[in-house]
Design a binder for this molecule. Structure first.
Ligand SMILES: [Ca+2]
Length: 118
């Protein structure tokens, strides 16, 4: 009987990570409608920060230093800028028209302060 109980305990412990893993798809990636630009706080389009149809020439602010992924469903390039005090702002990532970027990488991750639409 004691052996059986131990086996059940092990099964329960194993079941916990499985449950956490299967909970993943419930936190599904956020959508981005056709002809919109969307930027997300996390990789793979999770935690939407921006959902915009701003026109060419516009500047679009975003919650500072959080962007990690984006979907550019516009027919225009969106440039992600890093603001620098006392120095010119720099483009840290160019989001080409009609492209999805699941992770901007270490050079731009959590550095974008605003976008310019081209
Ligand atoms: Ca982030």
């Amino acid at each position: 009987m004691r052996k059986t109980l131990r086996a059940l305990t092990v099964a329960t412990v194993i079941a916990v990570p499985t449950t956490l893993f299967t909970a993943g798809p419930a936190a599904a990636a956020d959508t981005c409608a056709s002809d919109h630009f969307c930027a997300y706080q996390h990789a793979s389009y999770r935690g939407k920060l921006v959902d915009s149809r701003a026109a060419g020439g516009a500047t679009v602010d975003v919650a500072n230093d959080q962007v990690t992924s984006a979907k550019n469903r516009r027919n225009m390039r969106w440039d992600g800028y890093n603001s620098r005090t006392g120095l010119p702002d720099t483009v840290v990532f160019r989001f080409q028209a009609q492209t999805n970027v699941p992770n901007v990488g270490s050079g731009a991750n959590d550095k974008i302060d605003y976008f310019k639409v081209n």
